[in-house]
Design a protein around this ligand. Structure first.
Ligand SMILES: Nc1nc2c(ncn2[C@@H]2O[C@H](COP(=O)(O)OP(=O)(O)O)[C@@H](O)[C@H]2O)c(=O)[nH]1
Ligand SMILES: [Mg+2]
Length: 175
């Protein structure tokens, strides 16, 4: 995906966001969606290698991941219900959409509806991340996959040792 942004602020200087986007684009676009508190920002931080504190995402955060094989922009969309109307715009041009769930029955049920909508509106490949597998009373990835009908991978995003797994999930799903 190539995105060129010519928008400038009143002072003629590029805004912080535009600078950040220029830094990460053109590249592959990976979008991370899901309910609030399921671990989307933790996954983006894990990939970025950031150790900073995580604040609730308002609207959208863009991060990046790069190694010899893969350079991608990570679009971390605010999970709060009131921002879901923005999703369609931000998801345009995604090479991969990752739906993150906290693997609770309740959230998987919510995610089922979201995935149906995503598949209807976007051509991009959709996969699911069954996060918080370290917590009690969670559905395992197989159970989540059965309910969501998209390829689903188990994850514990707070475990830094899972970073390679996470990178490989993305690589395996980008053609
Ligand atoms: N136990 C556990 N907690 C997690 C995991 N992933 C994220 N969290 C925690 O869940 C909370 C919400 O995570 P965050 O990434 O901000 O969720 P977001 O709203 O989807 O971006 C934070 O306190 C994280 O530390 C996980 O795999 N296991
Ligand atoms: Mg967040």
């Amino acid at each position: 995906m190539r995105v060129f942004i010519h928008q400038e602020t009143k002072t003629g200087k590029k805004s912080k966001l535009v600078n950040k986007m220029t830094l990460v684009l053109p590249t592959t676009k990976v979008s991370i969606v899901g309910s609030g508190q399921v671990g989307k920002t933790t996954i983006r931080n894990m990939l970025e290698g950031g150790k900073g504190s995580i604040k609730p995402t308002i609207g959208i955060d863009i991060g990046k991941y790069a190694d010899d094989e893969l350079k991608c922009a990570l679009f971390d969309l605010g999970g709060q219900t009131r921002f879901q109307m923005l999703w369609d715009d931000f998801l345009k041009g995604s090479n991969l959409i990752m739906l993150v769930t906290d693997s609770s029955k309740e959230d998987v049920e919510k995610s089922r509806k979201v995935i149906k909508r995503l598949q209807k509106r976007h051509g991009a490949k959709v996969i699911a991340i069954a996060n918080k597998q370290d917590q009690a009373n969670r559905l395992n990835a197989k159970e989540v996959q059965k309910l969501l009908s998209v390829r689903t991978y188990p994850m514990v995003a707070i475990d830094g040792d899972r970073k390679t797994d996470m990178v490989n999930i993305i690589k395996d799903n980008l053609e």
